[in-house]
Design a protein around this ligand. Structure first.
Ligand code: CP
Ligand code: NVA
Length: 315
């Protein structure tokens, strides 16, 4: 059961929730990435035997579901699939009851849902750590894996610029917050009407360190110019499927293609949280090209989440 923790910054997180990228300080985010990198190469071993993670997913998932399941297995613990369609959650049992009951069985919950408020409700009623496995507002576990991938590519993070082109969505929000905390400048390039939340933008700007900036631009070339990482995500997120056609029109000219990549730093890497729509937000050539790190990035979900679980369940 012993969990090896040497970082005091991380020890403070034991028993807490991870609902937003901003729930961590910059030092904690950095220490978590360091732990993830150590776990990835086997420099650290963590034992969570006997611990159980409940997964409550109200939206589809491949990477998050599987990486959490494998992460727990590698740490010696187990995962329980609490899919709302097979539990009383789907029949309307109140969150207040569900969260208190599950706290008697499980050691942590990873929740994927629509409203951030629903996640906060679980966290309020649960006496165990609650992790945001994606909401409409944020995708903080994704951002940890993304910055781990950027760190691997450049050997460090401070002073780098990540340019996200596309919808100012959950993924963009967590990239802005974690980037600010890590000293990475983040540029969001998006058509007018698809900007990130103003509240998250202001929050990210308040968190910046090391001279990093957070900007929103409405010109794709200006957004990516000289950046070390180019990132994109789908134009219509889960829950917005009925807006697909309208969004395809609004995002015309915003594809992360070879011409846009040519405007970035010559060493730039390409990231995408996946699933991707080739020929829409990213060209097939770019996602399959030499700059693409999307499969390393997907793998890093596993390592980043192992680090997160180890820390939250560390006790
Ligand atoms: N990137 C990501 O969260 O993928 P899934 O929706 O497959 O979990
Ligand atoms: N923005 C996307 C991310 C999927 C991992 C969505 O919310 O559907």
């Amino acid at each position: 059961m012993a969990v090896i923790q040497t970082s005091p910054a991380l020890a403070e997180l034991a028993g807490g929730d991870f609902l937003s990228s901003a729930d961590l300080s910059g030092d904690q985010t950095l220490a978590l990435l360091e732990l993830a990198a150590d776990l990835k190469v086997g420099r650290r071993q963590i034992d969570l035997s006997g611990r159980s993670l409940g997964l409550i997913f109200r939206k589809a998932s491949t990477r998050t579901r599987v990486s959490f399941t494998v992460a727990m297995a590698r740490l010696g613990g187990q995962t329980i699939d609490l899919n709302p369609t097979v539990t009383q959650v789907g029949r309307g049992e109140p969150i207040a009851d569900t969260a208190r009951v599950l706290s008697r069985y499980c050691d942590a919950l990873a929740i994927r849902t629509f409203a951030q408020e629903e996640l906060s409700d679980y966290a309020h009623w649960a006496s165990i750590p609650v992790v945001n496995a994606l909401t409409d507002l944020e995708h903080p576990c994704q951002a940890l894996a993304d910055y781990l991938t950027l760190q691997e590519a450049f050997g460090g993070l401070e002073g780098l610029t990540l340019a996200y082109v596309g919808d100012g969505n959950n993924v963009a929000h967590s990239l802005m917050l974690s980037g600010a905390l890590l000293g990475v400048s983040v540029r969001i390039g998006c058509p007018a009407g698809f900007a990130p939340s103003e509240a998250v933008l202001q929050q990210a700007r308040q968190l910046t360190r090391g001279g990093a900036t957070v900007e929103v631009l409405h010109d794709p070339v200006a957004a990516v110019r000289g950046a070390q990482a180019l990132y994109t995500d789908v134009w219509a997120s889960m829950g917005q499927e009925q807006e697909q056609a309208e969004r395809e029109r609004a995002f015309a000219g915003w594809c992360l293609d070879e011409a846009l990549l040519a405007e970035a730093d010559a060493r730039a890497i390409v990231l995408h949280c996946l699933p991707a729509h080739r020929g829409e937000e990213i060209s097939a050539g770019v996602i399959e090209g030499s700059a693409s790190r999307v499969f390393d990035q997907a793998e890093n979900r596993l390592h980043a989440q192992q680090a997160l679980l180890a820390v939250l369940l560390g006790g």
